[in-house]
Design a protein around this ligand. Sequence first.
Ligand code: SAM
Length: 254
Amino acid sequence: MADTGTTATDWRAWQQSWDRQQEWYMPDREERFRIMLDMVEAFVGTEPRVLDLACGTGTITARLLARFPGATSTGVDLDPALLAIARGTFEGDDRVTFVEADLKDPAWPTLLPHGAYDAVLTATALHWLRTGPLEALYGQVAELVRYGGVFMNADHMIDDTTPRINAAERTQRHARMDRAMREGALDWAEWWQLAAKDPALAAPTARRFEIYGAHADGEMPSAAWHARVLREKGFAEARPVWRSPSDTLLLALK
Ligand SMILES: C[S@@+](CC[C@H](N)C(=O)[O-])C[C@H]1O[C@@H](n2cnc3c(N)ncnc32)[C@H](O)[C@@H]1O
């Protein structure tokens, strides 16, 4: 993946390496993307204008365009290293635009190329925010989704009323991750150490650690909390459309 000075950086290899690292945490990651796109097709068709919120390397955008070549996507994120991988992967594809912005900044929607979207999609990201900023963000998302459009969030959502079930699930999940580590999987910290060694990613990786530290300090409210807030902010319906033992894909319909 490293740029030796004679060969260009292999952005697709970085993209795939990111996906493998995320799958270490979520072996069912592709399943949630599949259901997400099933729901996109059901509600807004096969040529949607999509906002990939907290897009990282652009995994949702990649799955979207592979399935619906007539779709367009705007990816928004704050991480300069993940955005570098995203921009490199989609270079020359005029269906895709990337915007560097902080979703906690009230002005971020003004940076977008469009004022309305058929679908706003996000995965494994909004737990980086505390509930106050997330409520504000949901208000902005409700304004960006057109009438009849959808918002979907696949993320860790924890029901605090089931502590013993949560503990058992966590034990099983960590045991599975330990097994995968022994078989050579890279975890979050190791993946970033590798990125820091790539000449093309070293500077943006240093910047992302200045922005976030190791990880942002967020919260993981329940699916019921997400559904309630999304309705309060202007969505007509909201409920899970997929679940794993730890995660939920929540759909809100405008
Ligand atoms: C675990 S990654 C997931 C990326 C991508 N959605 C995926 O599924 O691969 C979480 C992403 O959320 C982004 N993020 C977290 N807080 C953010 C904020 N305040 N503004 C913009 N992006 C943010 C991070 O930069 C990171 O790219």
